[in-house]
Design a protein around this ligand. Structure first.
Ligand code: 3PG
Length: 229
């Protein structure tokens, strides 16, 4: 069973200081490219394509063996880039991501063991939710920023607006099915801290090393970010 004794301390001290900084950075970023990097050699040109386009944040998913190394490379090459680790499912991945330099973690679900461990390690975690009960469990544990996943498939912005109503203190990071066509609908709501998505970094384009095309897509996304600043 997860050990939550330290959570009050975490939520008061860490959330108040360290996490507020990272949440502010995520809020400023507005759009977080969610990338699956199979080959560590793709990390640098991918980061370059995003950074030069004006997207200064990336979530590298732990769905590949190269994830931790990719995070290390991006942090080394682009220290100003805000780098998170996604698809965090285990405590081992929490350690690997933190050691690699990830500044925040994102999970598709709300796994109490992973959440509790991340808090103990004092790294910001954004757990995934899709129901009011999951929101309440996270609130009980002192977390107020949650990933809404899979956003579009679960009911999109209308569903999120209705689900947010009883929880005005919660900020959401919708991810899943978000694109250039619907991202504005999410971003115009204050309860949306930022949107995650792979539309500007499709796995196929990364594998085909089409970084010019990624840069073009990222520039379009960066224009949306500017509209909302
Ligand atoms: C994720 O990997 O967190 C999301 O599934 C990304 O969703 P998308 O590929 O639909 O943008």
């Amino acid at each position: 069973m997860a050990d939550f004794q330290h959570i009050q301390e975490y939520s008061e001290e860490i959330m108040e200081r360290k996490n507020i900084d990272i949440f502010e950075k995520i809020k400023q970023s507005k759009i977080i490219p969610v990338a699956v990097i199979e080959n560590r050699k793709d990390a640098k040109p991918l980061a370059e394509a995003l950074f030069m386009a004006g997207l200064h944040c990336i979530e590298v998913t732990f769905r590949t063996k190269a994830a931790a190394e990719a995070i290390q490379i991006i942090k080394a090459e682009y220290p100003k880039m805000i780098v998170g680790a996604g698809t965090i499912l285990t405590t081992e991945q929490v350690c690997q991501a933190q050691e690699a330099g990830a500044e925040f973690l994102v999970s598709p679900g709300s796994n109490e063991t992973v959440i509790s461990f991340s808090m103990k390690k004092e790294i910001c975690i954004i757990p995934g939710i899709m129901t009011p009960s999951e929101i309440e469990k996270n609130l009980e544990n002192g977390l107020t920023v949650m990933k809404f996943f899979p956003a579009q498939q679960a009911g999109g912005i209308d569903f999120l607006r209705a689900m947010h109503a009883p929880y005005p203190m919660v900020r959401f990071l919708p991810t899943g099915g978000i694109s250039m066509e619907n991202v504005r609908e999410y971003l115009k709501n204050d309860f949306v801290i930022a949107c995650g998505g792979s539309w500007m970094v499709p796995q196929q384009l990364i594998e085909q090393k089409q970084f010019k095309e990624i840069h073009r897509l990222a520039k379009q996304a960066a224009e949306v970010v500017r509209e909302f600043r």
